[in-house]
Structures are given as C-alpha cells and as structure tokens.
Design a protein around this ligand. Structure first.
Ligand code: MCA
Ligand code: AMP
Length: 501
C-alpha cells in the first residue's frame, strides 16, 4: 500500500472520514471495508492490472468504499452517471471494455440486462466479505492509471479521459495548498460522483487531508441550506446553477428562516463555485445573503483545476483568478504560440495534473496536445492585471448546462435517427437557471407527424437527461448561409426572442 492517499488514511485512523445516509465512518472503517471489497474483486488474482471496473452508485458510503476498493486492487474505476438511460450506460460499458460492474442494489436493475448481454459480472455494493486480506493487495505507483471519466467532445459519443494516481495526487496537492485544506475541515458533497468536481475537488481532497466529507445523495435546496446553517461545515463547493437555486429558496423562505440560514452559512470558511461561468449577479446576491464572496475557479475534466481566485486577497467578480500551484497555464494563438500580454487566446495547460490520454483514442489524444505538450482546452480567455477572464469556447457546439458539458453535434446525431426528422440544429441559449439551455430547431420529413413531446421522449430514452432539448421548434427549413451551412447564431436567435414570439 504505497500510494500516499492510503498511507495517509492509516494515520487518520479513528477520525471521521464520511458521514452519509448509511451512517458515520472513520478512516479505519474506510481502509477496512475497501480492503475487504478489494479482496473480493481480486479473488485469486494479485492485481486487477488496470481492468476497468464500472461503478454505478449514488453518492454515499457504498460509492466511496467501492472506488477505494477498485483503486487498492489495482483497477481503473469508471464511475457511471446514476441519471443516465441504458443507451448511455451501454456506451460506457462497451467503450471502457468493462471487466465488471459494481452496482448499488437500488440501481443494479438499470444495468443488469446490459451487463448480462455482454457477460460482464455485476457485483452488489452490499457484497462485502467479512474478512479483508490486506496482505494480498498490490503495490501501486503514481504512474498507475486509476480513473476514466466520460466527457463530451465536439464529435461522436463521449470519450473517456484516463487519469493516473499521479494526476489525482497532483490535483489534490495543488488544491490543498491553494485553499488551505486541513484535517479540521468539514465539507458538504451533493455533486454527482462521475466528474472531477465531486470526485477530486471535494471527496478526494477531503480524504487526502483527513477531513470529514458529509454526503447527500442528490441536491435539494432546503436540506442543503439546513446543513449550511448547521454551523458544522467549513467548506462548500457547487456549480452556479446550484447557487442560483439556493438563492431562489432563500428568497422564498420566511424571514426567521432566512436569518437562520444566513447566520449559519457565515460560519463556513470558504465557498467555491466552478464548472461553468458564475454570473456576476449570482455572486453579488450570494454575498448579500451570506457575507461570502464566492471563490470562482476554472477547470476541466482533462486537467483538473487550472485557475483559481485567491483564498486570501481580492476575488474579482467575473474573473477566475490565476494559475494554481504546480499548474502551467498559458494563452496561445491559432499556431499555439503564446499571445502578447492583454491579447485573448486559447487556454493551454501543462504539468502533472494533466490527464494521460483519451481511452483508446490515440488520434484524439494527439490532436488535443500541442507539439510542445500543452493541452488545448478549447476555452478562450484574456489576462487583465494578472487576473484571468474566460471569454467563451472556441467551438459553438460545446455547451455547458447546469455544470454539465454537452455536445450539440451528439444530440443532433441522435435526433436525426428519428424516422420523422429530416434535419435539425442544436444550440445553447443563455438561461438564468442553467447557464445555457439546450434547444433544437427541427425540420420534419414531408407528411411526417411529430410532436415536441414525442421527440423529447425519444431523446430521453437515448441521452442523458441534461442533453434532452428543453425547447424544440419545428420549422420548414434551417437558417443557412450562402454556402448552405447552417448558421448557429441564427438558430439561437430563434429561441432568444420574448416568450410566445
Ligand atoms: C438535470 N436536468 C438538467 C440538468 N440536470 N438539465 C440541464 N442541465 C443540467 N445540468 C434536467 C432533469 O433531468 C430534469 O429533466 C430537469 O432538468 C429538471 O431537473 P431538476 O430536478 O431541476 O435538476 P436536478 O436534478 O436538481 O439537477 C440540477 C443540478 C445538477 C443540481 C444543477 O445538474 C448538478 O448537480 N449539476 C452539477 C454537475 C457537475 O458536477 N458538473 C461538474 C462537471 P425532466 O424535467 O425532463 O425530467 S465539470 C467538472 O468536473 C470540471 C472539472 C469543473 O470545472 O468542475
Ligand atoms: P468538463 O469538460 O465537464 O470538465 O467542463 C469543463 C469546461 O467547463 C471548461 O472547458 C469550461 O468551458 C467550463 N468551465 C469550468 N469552470 C468554469 C468557470 N469558472 N468559468 C467558465 N467556464 C468554466
């Protein structure tokens, strides 16, 4: 057991690691249970040798112990989204070449038939042997691959970003230094656990530092406010949509509840926002309500966190701060040359936090890096008096909705498989709740009958819920330029007019 994440946990022993719907568990419990599950996964083998083990479990104790078990047995954890329909889960099983699925009993039915058809065993998270055989666990190094996270690219289905233990350690060390994590921290976690935000920034950072991570299986505003107001948390991290929902809930609450919530939230030492641009009005309103100026930071699945406003010092609204410790960040032009000061450019990132490769996609991996080894994020930014401001993305076809990254082209490909759809164009439209909402302009085939509800239901069966268009417009033809290419800004304009027009 040579990885510092696990050796450090030994030192934290009786301290509480996880508070979850299943109960309260110490670091010693986490080591014992994950070792038991790891020996179950290993059977007679000495090392899973980077077998991909899919994990379908809601945020909670079962998820954490299974994830540590996969790692300690030498496997690669492939967390699956609990909200995804069968088609998306099957894409992950097939693309990752899963050797097994660990599933929570309440979710096992979702994946059972797909796994059976592929002869992939399903192991329940409740299937924990009584005795752990820690002596049989393999020795692991930082170079060992340990995590595949699926992320949308511009084209095709989501691809797997492969991370090593070294990547995760570098990300956690950088955040621990920047945000001054200590063993006395207590963080609330309700983010989905198939993204870097929930897995690295919250869960693994807490466990690396001997802190306490309190897990709620999903987000609902009132219970979250009640926990924030409990005076027992020091840290909170969420996406802008969540802060907007919390503000709405506060506005709707009676005066005495508002006061209790605001007073309680002040006791936190740090509140962080990221995964999508934080609207300045949201930042300002949150500061009025809680006294906290949110610390906005910028990251991406492939690189972890790259830029962050300071823990101590000025946090400029609308800016994402400066490069984090140990992370190389530069702005480059179309030829990958660094741009002159004050000029916008593409954010490019270098260093130990950057992922290893796209799983079994050498061509996409090569295209994602410059000749001198910097990762191309596809985000545009500018530096103003030392602070970085994200200007948007170089591709109009990558959207962010409620913190989830979505490819417009992937959604179009799926809508076009409907027999009544002749053509379509998907766009992201500015939205005060979601940041961007997914909208689709659709041309139906001659004489075909198709309602918005039918097409949404069709999409829902095949795509993650956040990829399903929130608005669909049927039209005789799509707006095109003189070359015949669909003009996405014109499509977007169709959805931007006042309601009912
Ligand atoms: C759910 N819906 C969504 C989204 N989530 N639609 C658009 N965008 C979304 N993100 C759908 C639901 O399926 C439902 O559809 C309808 O919208 C309303 O659902 P609701 O109950 O309001 O939503 P929710 O379940 O409360 O979820 C909203 C949420 C959640 C809490 C904001 O999406 C969330 O936790 N997002 C955070 C994602 C995240 O962690 N991203 C980090 C990745 P219907 O009504 O049709 O059923 S980025 C990352 O990791 C990088 C490294 C970084 O920088 O952090
Ligand atoms: P994902 O691929 O899901 O990890 O999402 C990463 C993307 O989220 C980045 O490439 C950015 O486009 C966006 N993002 C993350 N944090 C921020 C932020 N603070 N401001 C603007 N965009 C952000």
């Amino acid at each position: 057991m040579t990885l510092p994440l696990f050796t450090r946990a030994l030192g934290f022993g009786a301290r509480t690691a996880i508070v979850a719907p299943e109960g309260r568990f110490s670091y010693a419990d986490l080591l014992a249970t994950s070792a038991a599950v790891a020996s179950r996964l290993l059977g007679d083998r000495r090392d899973l040798a980077e077998d991909r083990i899919c994990l379908l479990a809601p945020p909670g104790w079962a998820y954490v112990t299974a994830q540590w078990a996969i790692w300690r047995a030498g496997g690669i954890a492939v967390p699956m989204a609990v909200s995804h329909p069968t088609a998306e889960l099957e894409h992950v099983l097939d693309d990752a070449g899963a050797a097994a699925v660990i599933a929570h009993p309440e979710l096992a039915a979702r994946v059972a038939a797909s796994a059976a058809a592929r002869r992939i065993p399903v192991i329940l998270t409740t299937d924990v042997p009584r005795a752990a055989r820690t002596e049989v666990l393999p020795d692991l190094t930082r170079e060992r691959a340990c995590l595949i996270l699926y992320t949308s690219g511009t084209t095709g289905r989501p691809k797997g970003a492969l991370l090593t233990h070294g990547n995760i350690q570098a990300q956690v060390e950088s955040l621990s230094a920047a945000w001054a994590w200590t063993a006395d921290d207590r963080v609330l976690l309700h983010l989905p656990l198939h993204h870097v935000h929930g897995i690295v920034n919250v869960l693994t950072s807490a466990l690396w530092n001997g802190a306490l991570c309190e897990i709620m299986p999903s987000f609902t505003p009132t219970p979250v406010w009640e926990r924030l107001a409990s005076n027992s948390l020091t840290l909170y991290m969420a996406v802008p949509t969540v802060y907007a929902r919390l503000i709405d809930a506060w506005d709707a609450a009676p005066p005495e509840v508002r006061t209790a919530w605001s007073d309680g939230a002040r006791a936190c030492r740090l509140m962080v926002s990221g995964s999508a641009a934080l609207p300045v009005p949201t930042l300002e309103r949150w500061e009025q309500i809680t006294g906290h100026r949110l610390l906005e930071r910028y990251g991406m699945t492939e690189i972890g966190m790259a830029l962050s406003n300071p823990l101590v010092g000025e946090r400029r609204p609308g800016f994402v701060g400066a490069p984090l410790p140990g992370v190389g960040v530069r702005l480059a032009d179309d030829t990958d040359a660094p741009v002159p000061a004050g000029t916008p450019g593409e954010v490019q990132v270098y260093g130990p936090t950057v992922f290893a490769s796209y799983w079994e996609r050498p061509r996409e991996t090569a295209a994602a890096f410059t000749a001198d080894g910097w990762f191309r994020t596809g985000d545009l930014a500018v530096v103003d008096h030392g602070a970085w401001r994200i200007l948007g993305r170089s591709s109009v076809d990558i959207l962010k909705t409620g913190g989830e990254k979505v490819s417009a082209l992937e959604i179009e490909d799926v809508l076009r498989t409907h027999a009544a759809v002749a053509d379509c164009a998907v766009v992201g439209v500015a939205d005060s709740d979601w940041g961007e909402r997914v909208c689709a302009a659709v041309v139906t085939r001659p004489n075909a009958q198709l309602s918005e509800a039918e097409l949404r239901a069709y999409a829902k069966d095949r795509l993650a819920p956040y990829k399903v268009p929130k608005q669909i417009l049927f039209m005789p033809e799509l707006p095109r330029n003189p070359m015949g290419k669909v003009t996405k800004p014109s499509v977007r304009a169709l959805f931007e007019g006042p309601p009912g027009t």
